[in-house]
Design a protein around this ligand. Structure first.
Ligand code: NAP
Length: 245
């Protein structure tokens, strides 16, 4: 088996995903750049290669069964296995004034769209990639979540941050919960799966409002993608440590 470790990062054409790809590349990983738009994907691949990362493009729309199946076939052809999968692609869904998603007037189609990417997309991609991950001696899965998915924090007026987001925040709670179910199911396989909060990062996602850089946001996902054997699984981390559920 080749010594070079292989990673796939979804939504890797920009923002935090791009920096996760760059960081894993700097650690010597060969990185699949999962992205749905061809021009954005190819420009990210070129930029990563120029910076010394062994990157390859993986056309990938996480909301499409067909796209995900074809992406798994491509990774198999390109690399034969996967050592790290980072499920980073995510959407906030439309918001009202002040970035609010008001639960009392919530458009259920909006909720469905957010879940389709942030939850079903992660399950779809993870399950398609699992056969390739099982070929790795030390497989790792990272689900890029958010501390707004922490029900504990959302329910505590002392630590509540940001606007009410009745579609986005619960999508990350669901993602956290499903991460735990995966960890239970995959216990004893050697696959470690965890959720990561990047912190408040200035990206397209939030109109570039946020104190952290995408590179800083990538740090915890990269740490979890490169955990040593015997590391944690089924947990939720930010830079400062464990995030409460
Ligand atoms: P971003 O710059 O908007 O990047 C999001 C990425 O996801 C883009 O590459 C986007 O691709 C991709 N994506 C969206 N839907 C997709 C789909 N159906 N298929 C494939 N790719 C898709 O946002 P970001 O801030 O880097 O966010 C990355 C992750 O961090 C998300 O999961 C987000 O929830 C999480 N997060 C962000 C923050 C923050 O403060 N920024 C805080 C907590 C958590 P396109 O370019 O094609 O749209």
């Amino acid at each position: 088996m080749s010594e070079t470790r292989i990673a796939l990062v979804t939504g890797a054409n920009k923002g935090i995903g791009y920096e996760i790809a760059a960081g894993l590349g700097a650690l010597g990983y060969r990185v699949g750049v999962g992205a749905r738009d061809e021009a954005r994907r190819e420009s990210a691949v070129e930029k990563l290669r120029a910076a010394g990362t062994d990157a390859f493009g993986v056309p990938l729309d996480v909301t499409s069964d067909r796209s995900v199946t074809v992406a798994a076939e491509l990774v198999e052809r390109e690399a034969g296995r996967l050592d790290a999968l980072v499920n980073n692609a995510g959407v906030s869904g439309e918001t009202g004034p002040g970035w609010v998603q008001d639960p009392t007037t919530l458009d259920l189609d909006l909720v469905r769209a957010v879940l389709e990417t942030n939850v079903f997309g992660v399950v779809r991609v993870t399950n398609a990639m699992l056969p390739l991950l099982r070929r790795s001696p030390s497989p790792r899965i990272v689900n890029v979540s958010s501390s707004v998915g922490s029900v504990t924090r959302q329910a505590d007026p002392a630590v509540q941050v940001g606007p009410v987001m009745a579609a986005y925040a619960p999508s990350k709670s669901y993602l956290n919960a499903v991460t735990v179910q995966y960890a239970r199911q995959l216990a004893d396989t050697g696959i470690l799966i965890n959720a990561a909060c990047p912190g408040l990062v200035a990206t397209d996602f939030n109109g570039f409002h946020g104190p952290r850089t995408p590179e800083q946001g990538a740090a915890t996902p990269i740490r979890l993608a490169t955990l040593p054997d015997g590391g944690p699984s089924g947990a939720f981390f930010e830079d400062a440590g464990v995030v409460p559920w």
